[in-house]
Design a protein around this ligand. Sequence first.
Ligand code: 26V
Length: 808
Amino acid sequence: MTPFTTTTLEQALTEKLALNFSKTPDEATDQDMMRACALVLRDVMAIRGVETRKRTNREQKKRVHYLSMEFLMGRSLMKNAYNLDILPQLKEALGNLGFRAGDIFEAEPDAALGNGGLGRLAACYLDSMATLDIPATGYSICYELGLFKQKIVEGQQVELPDHWKDLGVSWLVPKPGEAQEVRFGGTLREFWDNGHLHTVNENATTVLAVPCDMKIAGYGTEHVNTLRLWEPRATSPMDMSLFSRGEYLKAAEEEAMAESIAKVLYPDDSHMEGKSLRLKQQYFFVSATIQSITTRHMELYHTLKNFHEKNVIQINDTHPALVIPELMRILIDDAGMDWDEAWSITTQSVAYTNHTVLAEALERWPQVLMEHRLPRIWQIIKEISCRWERRIEEYYHDPGKTQYMAIVWGGEVRMANLCIAGSMAVNGVSALHTDILRNSVFRDACQMEPWKFKNVTNGIDHRRWLSEINPGLDSLIRDLTGGDAYLSDAMALQKLDSYADDRTVLDRLGEIKRQNKEAFARHAKKTRGVVLDPNSIFDVQVKRLHEYKRQLLNVLHIIALYQRLQDDPNAITQPHTFLFGAKAAPGYEVAKRIIHLINSLADHIDHDPICKDKLQVVFLENYRVSLAEMLMPASEVSQQISTAGKEASGTGNMKFMMNGALTIGTLDGANVEMNEVLGDENMFLFGLHANEVEELKRKGYVPQRIYTQDETLRRCLDALRTGFRDGVAYEDLYQRLLFGTGGSAADEYLLLADFASYCEAEARVAAAYGDVDRWNRMSLHNIARSGIFAADRSVKEYAEHIWHVPHR
Ligand code: 26V
């Protein structure tokens, strides 16, 4: 049922403005109005949330708990209005009150509580879980600062703090009544009572965890779920009574801990660092979450013996892995169970998703850190580890395998192995990735417990990433597929395939893309002062900056193009704009150098008259969800060029495909499955396959040989070495590719090995673009076959094969 008409919405907004800001619509700023909108929609969702919870309790439904250190939510106003089915009414009401809806939507800051793919995936899954009527809660930390804002100053990245809460809090409702206490450090005391050994944690530093809840409305349903963000507070303010008891220092310590714990989201998504604060963050949100889940379970069922029948805990990578020992702790210490019963319940409740095979990103914590910070958890981990090793020994009788699969080894705790031991399911995020987990990274564990290992290929929220952000395409799809059925069933997009030879449809598709490009160009002009040429190909690589994603390969090809243009000013007939967007982890020096390089090259090309109307490079500052939302509909070429075997899935690739961009890519991650539905003829594949990458590395890869043999490449690399117009030389990157630096192998990610093949694929892209009909047809096929990459499909697979919960 629609909660509002335009008129009642106008009244509600006017009332909210008066109540909260003492303003009339005439007096209100865009920001006031944005917050009023949030408050009005929040109320509707709150009421539906109560109904959803009552129904879930009454029917004793199994609940899904999705734990993630990151939820990259972006903006929520348009999304919530869309899912509540009042977007047109809201736009009209805003207009009637004297506002431009677009300005109000833009006034909302992105909630950037995540780094990249892993966090955005969690946000998309929240939408699908609500849409599919699955009772689910997301849990994370209410970071004070989201991911840093990126400024480019003289070509280089500068990081600025993101105070998202100033305006973003409107969606959050604090629930102090449901606060939990989380304990760190202290000492353990054991005693026997009634034939039972009890353990108590004394003199701990206690931090209060207060939930701040954000409601998540589903599409086409009244089902509303919750994203619960934990906010740390000191248990009590510093007071004199503590001082007199000599506990002043303890109180000060607790205040400091509460202050620091949720200050900032770690901005690194590529390198594991054994930072004590990050471990504290993990335990803080895990402990609060498990306590909150078990408390509610006790209220409903008065026992934890059936915990696994009524709850499933999905962990997004290993970051929340401490749920395993924490749940054990509660079942043993608080509920009085014996080890075996507690272990049986835990291992039937927890499921683990792996998101990377990069060794440097797999979490390993120094044992001493665990020992001091989390003494009871450490005891339990040791016991889990001993029992796990015994099982491996009994199965393999091979010390090598025991060492490889061990949880505690060499003074470290290996979180992935803990997750494998303590979960009922372990899944990869694309077919290829799961293959690599099964056959290489987790091979031994998989042989021992093959039933645990599953694949769930990632998906994206197609309502947000197509319908909401690309209204032109949305209306074409509605016209061709008979209405809005595709919103609930993304496979309905397939119907578009039958228009492959319909000229009017192809022309309309081309026209929609053209309009979106012009809109993006206007936006870039207004916000950045950059002039883009809508007649050129919009060729886009946007994602975190990492060497394995090979932004540098893209750059090398652009240098080659530029040099061809120097030799022959008529070499390029089709104007080409290369757009980049990427944040580098603040401590990742090489990544920052690559950003600098892109900007140096962009500047150089800008100043060369030969390139005018032919070649342009643009680095888009501060890439984030809201920028992606404007860019995807305007993109024509999607760069998905990671070294095969390294990108677990990719989800940007799916967003581009759904908006009709054509992919130039390697057979990596979900690109493999894209290729299966598209065929070679509807994308531009190049490069070594994952097995060939392995083989080449095994045989010994010598990039200098390629440098010597390939003249085009040699010229590119030499140009890189001396640098461009701004006088900055990139000798370091040159050295890294040819000889290796900082302990890494020469050209670790095989850019040189794939260079020729990549250039050849780029040439095919340019040629295909020249044939407008063919291009639009390919684009149509991409949209038509993108349905399998809807998050609804992924979440249904989790529900059916891992969670065992019903769905709509
Ligand atoms: C890793 C680490 C390493 C330890 C320190 C902190 C930290 C924070 C975040 C991460 C996440 C890295 C894993 C990740 O983002 N994987 C991406 O997951 C996407 C969703 O499954 C997938 O599409 C991408 O291919 C994959 O790179």
